[in-house]
Design a binder for this molecule. Structure first.
Ligand code: SAM
Length: 319
């Protein structure tokens, strides 16, 4: 079922460009949800997939996939997303259970954690993504009469623009400990936007806050162009991930956070596969080889009064 889809890299909603990747992850989570040995449950995921014309023929169960688990896209790559969802669910709940009372999902896409996780009742989840993606998400959730388990605040804004004003105007309080997540996001942003994002998370967080993000360490992403995962994603659903990723030089965000006094640890996904006994393992010509999950904590001992953003520290210009 080879197909080519136009890569509308700046399309606003979920019909094309980077917004369509939110549906790719939702389809993977739907497949994971229906597995007998599932790592994470997201009952909303399949509804997003079925509501979007762009992916009407995508599978939501592994039984619908030609080749099943041997399919590099809906088998191995989808299992990667299932594992990532579970590991980051655990991170968020652990961090929220400690001190944080605010969660900021950066590039939230079709993440339904506000609806499906058991959060402390006084917590607020802020979801940042582009307006078209959040509007589609809201439409589907409203049709399902879905109710969030905690206060949920969508913040429609582009992370290459001034998103700090949007977030603080939406009610985010820099003086209250927070936990942040950039899951499947940073490699879509230009390097300077990532640097600005990391600096900004540092400025907007007080002691006891935490951040997890996904990075790709490969120096030359294009070297993996013919990997089974990228090839299958291109040929089966017309998404050319390498045309959506920003392939310019990446900042060392984990190193930058360490230099700012955060304690950071970096892990391969394969470590969690072994720990949870489900998920992808290394293979030759592997597009997942350079993927890392980074967990960072701002030590409670740091008595930093959270600094509010100043007008001299704007976002990098859009590219
Ligand atoms: C691969 S999806 C991941 C979504 C979600 N974090 C998850 O794991 O399910 C990438 C998301 O990042 C969002 N995104 C990419 N670039 C963005 C930008 N410049 N501003 C805001 N959101 C952006 C996309 O709209 C999309 O929803």
């Amino acid at each position: 079922m080879a197909r080519t889809a136009p890569q509308q890299t700046d399309a606003e909603g979920v019909d094309g460009g980077v917004g369509l990747t939110a549906l790719l992850v939702a389809a993977a989570r739907a497949i994971e949800t229906h597995r007998h040995d599932s790592l994470a449950q997201d009952v909303y995921a399949q509804h997003f997939v079925r509501a979007a014309p762009a992916c009407a023929d995508w599978p939501v169960r592994i039984e619908q996939v030609p080749g099943g688990d041997d399919n590099p896209l809906w088998g191995r790559f989808a299992r990667y997303f299932g594992l990532r969802t579970r590991v980051l669910d655990d991170f968020l709940l652990r961090s929220a259970g400690a001190e944080a009372r605010q969660v900021v999902l950066l590039g939230a896409g079709l993440d339904t954690r506000a609806f499906r996780l058991d959060w402390p009742s006084d917590l607020t989840v802020f979801e940042i993504d582009r307006a078209g993606v959040l509007a589609f998400k809201q439409r589907v959730l409203t049709d399902l009469s879905a109710a969030p388990k905690v206060k949920r605040v969508p913040v429609p804004v582009d992370l290459r623009a001034d998103w700090v004003t949007a977030l603080t105007t939406a009610g985010f309080d820099p003086a209250v400990p927070s936990v942040w997540l950039a899951e499947g996001l940073l490699f879509y942003l230009p390097g300077p936007a990532e640097t600005y994002l990391i600096d900004t998370v540092d400025r907007l967080t007080t002691a006891g806050s935490a951040l997890a993000f996904e990075a790709k360490l490969e120096k030359d992403l294009l070297a993996y162009r013919d990997s089974p995962i990228y090839t299958a994603t291109r040929e089966q659903i017309g998404i050319d991930l390498l045309r959506l990723f920003d392939i310019g030089p990446r900042p060392d965000s984990a190193g930058d956070l360490t230099a700012k006094g955060w304690s950071t640890s970096m892990h391969t996904p394969f470590e969690f596969t072994r720990r949870l006994r489900r998920g992808p393992l290394p293979e030759p010509n592997d597009a997942l080889e350079g993927n890392r999950w980074v967990f960072a904590h701002k030590p409670p001992a740091m008595t930093s009064a959270a600094r509010t953003p100043t007008s001299t520290q704007g976002p990098p210009s859009r590219t």
